[in-house]
Design a binder for this molecule. Structure first.
Ligand code: FES
Ligand SMILES: [Fe+2]
Length: 338
């Protein structure tokens, strides 16, 4: 297990719905093999701590939160907002200044309705998602889906075009339209969109491109990869009044081969409820999930020789080269540098 992949260690990752941690509430999760405790103080500030009491390693999330103080369930040690131990019930004579124990805390921020945590030194902000800030597009949060595979396998599946007719038959593709039309892959660096690699001029025939579609249509796609574990798909309709849509895939690497997948939809579709839109996304993802959980190895091999690729896999190959170039080690099998 690569505990300290510097790329992911020093980046932000989504770990919870921001609304899932209300004032006075605690939530436990895991990021990059590290148990996390999230809690919100009475002023509304979110805190992200290692979910581990410095005394005997007990999960603090099994304790209680009262008056902005986390109290460990095992021996009742109490920790204030800074993570500093304030009281040890077994030794009431000790003053706060005498207590050395301090819980490890991490940078945390709220963006796109999610809580983002960085275990190291954040080198940049969470990935840009300008469609989220477009007031004309409604937002729907889907997932998180708990996937028994690595983050990179999930991103690669999200970028894959040739599977659409086979896995999502009748929805995102049709078997008699399996040909993948030519598309281009390029790197980009844009003040609004950020930087990374993208696939453009992608055109796909879809029987039901979204939850409201009643007939098939050609849909123009773009995919952009912004981080090793962040990709955004946009769909532009042919018709002027058709559905515009951006789907952000935001992954929380729990460990190397267990990942929580969050989706945020930003779309100008208003005739369906959030639940209906989520149900559509749930259906699509329930078709992808058993695939990525059964691809071996679960970690994505970066060597171009490790698996057989064909011309229409060029986005997947570009993604592997992108990960190699960044020096990613977590959730992948390193190959020769390309
Ligand atoms: S393990 Fe937390 S107080 Fe002892
Ligand atoms: Fe899929």
């Amino acid at each position: 297990v690569v505990l300290h992949d510097p790329v992911l260690f020093n980046d932000w990752h989504p770990v919870a719905l921001a609304a899932g941690v209300p004032v006075g509430g605690m939530a436990a999760t895991q990021l990059l093999d590290t148990a996390l405790l999230l809690w919100r103080d009475s002023a509304g500030t979110l805190h992200a701590w290692e979910d581990r009491c410095p005394h005997r390693g007990m999960k603090l999330s099994m304790g209680t939160l009262q008056n902005d103080t986390v109290r460990c369930a095992y021996h009742g040690w109490q920790y204030g907002a800074s993570g500093q131990c304030k009281a040890i019930p077994a030794l009431p004579q000790l003053k706060e200044a005498d207590l050395k124990a301090c819980v490890t805390s991490y940078p945390v921020q709220e963006r796109y309705g999610l809580a983002w945590v960085c275990l190291g030194q954040p080198a940049q902000d969470p990935p840009p998602f300008p469609e989220f800030d477009d007031a004309r597009l409604r937002k729907v949060w889907c997932g998180p889906y708990e996937v028994r595979s690595s983050g990179p396998r999930i991103v690669e599946n999200f970028l894959d075009l040739a599977h659409l007719p086979h896995l999502h038959t009748g929805i995102l593709g049709e078997l008699d339209q399996s040909t993948v039309r030519d598309y281009r892959v390029e790197s980009f660096d844009d003040p609004l969109l950020g930087q990374g690699i993208r696939a453009v001029d992608v055109r796909v025939w879809q029987p039901q491109a979204n939850a409201s579609a009643t007939e098939g249509s050609d849909v123009d796609y773009t995919y952009r990869v912004l981080r090793p574990l962040t990709a955004i798909l946009t769909k532009e309709p042919k018709a002027q009044d058709g559905c515009r849509e951006a789907i952000a895939l935001l992954l929380q690497p729990v460990n190397e081969t267990l990942t929580r997948a969050w989706f945020i939809l930003a779309m100008n579709l208003h005739d369906k409820s959030d639940d209906e839109l989520r149900a559509f996304q749930d259906t699509i993802f329930s078709q992808d999930q058993p695939i990525v959980e059964n691809q071996l190895p679960l970690r994505l091999p970066l060597s171009p020789q490790a698996e057989v690729s064909v011309a229409c896999d060029r986005m997947s190959l570009a993604y592997r080269r992108y990960l190699s170039g960044l020096g990613l080690r977590y959730g992948v099998i390193e190959g020769a540098t390309l």
